[in-house]
Design a protein around this ligand. Sequence first.
Ligand code: AMP
Ligand code: FE
Ligand code: FE
Ligand code: ZN
Length: 291
Amino acid sequence: MDKTKQACLVADLHIHSIFSDGTLSPYEIVEAAKLKGLSAVAIADHDEIRGTKPALAAGEELGIKVIPAVELSAKCEGNSIHILGYFIDVQNPQLLEYLETMHEARFKRAIRIVEKLQEKGIDITLQDVRRHTGSGAIGRPHIAAALIEKGVVKNYNSAFAQYLGDGKSCYIQKADISPASVIQLITNANGLPVFAHPSISKVDSRIEEFISYGLKGIEVWCPGHNADAANRYLQIVQSHNLVATGGSDSHGVRKDYPAIGDFTVPYEVVENLEEFYRNSVIGRRVNVEKV
Ligand code: AMP
Ligand code: FE
Ligand code: FE
Ligand code: ZN
């Protein structure tokens, strides 16, 4: 692409849709991206890939590049870490089977969290939560939305600080798998595993270990990273020949979360990601034509 034209183009490689804990449909996301002047997006739903197909179709229609993605969780030292999978094969049977298991596990976990809230005397039912979910993965933000609607808490931050955050009184862990297994699962599905918002995960010291499992990139640019943090992660990327990505982690129009267009990365980041994938063992394996 022409360099001067490319210089003003921006993208967002980390957005959630109604198939997980976002509030917009894949079409609405692509539409909002276009409206905000973005040229490329990746919808990276938690444990869900059903937004990919409609997003690709919307991208074709509206002239926005859409990169297939997913965001999987892994358990690491008691923390939940998130690994993004770019360019995953959405028909991979092993991945589909895993997502099905997680779908069920998330549903059961939501029931248990609601029970814990009820034990605290809070007037909330699973139906209250269901009003905020789609057909996809149920997550804690849906429960937080129900708590806000019921007037139990003022906002998402309070819901997590008081009840739902890691280690708080109504927190239930997900049945997350190990970082090595998540990285393997994404790789087997021809995806590029990228460590999402690493500073939130508090396991920086283990990045090199993740690289030894096949981690291929780090989300260097995200709202949680200041310039120092981004530079630190960029150095790790450069010293290990990884790829640097970035995105807003937008959950649509959920209050307390960034909206689409609030945080973007230069389009060059997308081009680098595509080139990295094309040149990677995984990319060569699938013999990517259009990427
Ligand atoms: P879950 O996948 O159900 O474990 O929920 C994780 C999601 O909850 C994250 O992807 C965020 O969207 C959201 N989340 C986690 N911690 C917080 C927090 N402290 N404040 C607001 N949202 C949070
Ligand atoms: Fe989320
Ligand atoms: Fe995440
Ligand atoms: Zn996310």
